[in-house]
Design a protein around this ligand. Structure first.
Ligand code: BES
Ligand code: MN
Ligand code: ZN
Length: 489
């Protein structure tokens, strides 16, 4: 996709789609009025008929029938003026790209973006995210090749800022779309081995260090959690460790940890058929980690970042781990298996212990961990839990800037007894109630005193029906938040 600035008469611009913006409740005036007049009042008439008055996520599109240079005009809602922000611009970008689909390759935005830092990049980001489609496996349909050119006409954006913002938007959206692709790939393609090969490619391209463990190394190291979960599958497990090291001095070390279950059948505690569908998405945490590592290899940060992934299938093969088994994790703690379908926390126990061994100053994990979290918060919001209020607040702030919805759940001490085991240090399942919280409490046992945040992304990582601001399937949730968090100063 090509982006450029231009100065042209709005009525002369040659493009498939001219995009104008209207604040909620604002009268048709200024540039919009100029276009409306040239179209014999079609914009205002359609707005009235469709009861559109500038709400975010709505808009009217009309064919200009050759009356002006642009073939179509989209009057997009900017929402309420006091609520205007870079996130609104991102959403306008997504909305526009979705509406442009199949009919518009050349787009011109003509509304003031204003020079506030991050505004231009958010709008560009939105266009690139909204343009996303996973069509690799479609052979017959005519594939939508996407928007080709975007120009910002008399937008008030300065050339120097524009270059920087464009670069940032490219990095963010390419990494997010990359994570989406990984999630959308079928499990027959995206095995733990394949995931590790892709991680190696990310490392090679971005000049990151890359260590990959197979079964032998996992045994030697004592990563009993990942080994146990992988034992029911014919696909070998992989533990993936990428490292970004800054050129100059290191201000701190952060570990980003992802759950990489490339398919979750539930294991011996097998899932009913309807719940098994979409379980290719159970590696969304891992996809996010790779997206983040890809992004930061293109940014210069003064911090060391470890990307850690526990990758395996969860299958009910003849050697599968069983309810009643006791497993020893990398940090020496023992886990009683109650339910083999609570496998995410088990593979994460090793990855979190490993992050502690690396002496990370802060740990953030992302995992499609519990259905309970979706019951609590719905499809569009991730659950957040942690052991350090300062780190928690920084992640919440980063998510706000990134336009991703995250909500903190309480680590209620009274629930802790739910995961006490009679024969081991901890058991892998509590009761049904507060399932997202007891899952986080399980993870907490493996982070020691390190400040840590857990994001349960079971809802927003994979949205079967899509959302206003998300495509169907993999969403790449978390990439934007984590990059913002790493960039904060
Ligand atoms: N991967 C699932 C969680 C999940 C469910 C993610 C639905 C996305 C959509 C996880 O491994 C799992 O099976 N969790 C169980 C835990 C239970 C056995 C305590 C669950 O949520 O039912
Ligand atoms: Mn499971
Ligand atoms: Zn799972």
């Amino acid at each position: 996709m090509d982006f450029k600035l231009s100065v042209e008469d709005i009525l002369q611009i040659k493009c498939d789609l001219l995009v104008l913006g209207r604040f909620e409740g604002e009268a048709i005036k200024g540039l919009i009025k100029k276009v409306d007049d040239a179209l014999a009042g079609a914009l205002s008439r359609n707005s009235r008929e469709e009861k559109f008055s500038g709400e975010l996520g709505k808009g009217v599109m009309i064919n200009t029938l050759g009356k002006i240079g642009a073939k179509r005009v989209l009057l997009a809602g900017l929402g309420k003026k006091p609520k205007f922000s870079s996130d609104v611009l991102r959403k306008v970008g997504i909305f526009t790209a979705k509406r442009a689909k199949l009919i518009s390759e050349e787009i011109a935005f003509s509304f003031p973006v204003n020079g506030k830092k991050g505004n231009t990049s958010a709008l560009i980001e939105g266009v690139m995210l909204g343009n996303y489609e996973f069509n690799k496996y479609k052979t017959n349909d005519k594939k939508w090749e996407g928007i080709k050119n975007v120009q910002f006409v008399s937008s008030g954006i300065r050339e120097t800022n524009f270059k920087e913002e464009l670069k940032f938007a490219n990095i963010i959206s390419e990494s997010t779309n990359f994570a989406r692709d990984l999630v959308n790939e079928p499990p027959v393609f995206l095995t733990p081995t394949k995931l590790s090969e892709i991680a190696q490619e990310v490392a090679n391209k971005g000049k990151l260090e890359c260590i990959i463990f197979g079964r032998e190394e996992l045994k030697k190291k004592g990563m009993g959690g990942l080994l146990a979960v992988s034992s029911g599958s014919d696909e070998p497990p992989r533990f993936i460790h990428l490292t970004y090291k800054p050129k100059g001095s290191i201000r701190k070390t952060v570990a980003i940890v992802g759950k990489g279950i490339t398919f979750d059948s539930g294991g011996l505690c097998i899932k009913p058929r309807d719940s098994m569908r979409t379980m290719k998405g159970d590696m969304s945490g891992a996809a996010c980690v790779l997206g983040v590592m890809k992004a930061i290899s293109r940014l210069s940060l003064p911090i060391k970042v470890h990307g850690l992934i526990s990758a395996t299938e969860n299958m009910p093969g003849g050697r599968a781990y069983k309810p009643d088994d006791v497993i020893r994790a990398l940090n020496g703690k023992t886990i009683e298996v109650i339910d083999t379908d609570a496998e995410g926390r088990i593979v994460l126990s090793d990855a979190l212990s490993y992050a502690v061994e690396l002496k990370a100053d802060e740990i953030v994990d992302l995992a499609t961990l519990t259905g309970a979290c979706i019951v609590a918060l719905g499809d569009y919001t991730a659950g957040l839990m942690g052991n350090d209020e300062r780190l928690i607040n920084r992640i919440i702030k980063a998510a706000k800037l990134a336009g991703e919805k995250i909500w903190q759940l309480p680590m209620d001490d009274e629930l802790r007894k739910d995961i006490e085991s009679d024969i081991a240090d901890v058991k892998n399942v509590g009761s049904r109630w507060g399932g997202a919280i007891t899952a986080a409490m399980f993870l907490e046992k493996f982070v020691g005193d390190t400040p840590w945040v857990h994001l349960d992304i079971a809802g927003p990582a994979f949205i079967e029906k899509g959302g206003d601001w998300y495509p169907k399937g993999g969403t790449g949730f978390g990439v934007r938040t984590i990059v913002k968090y790493l960039l904060e100063r």
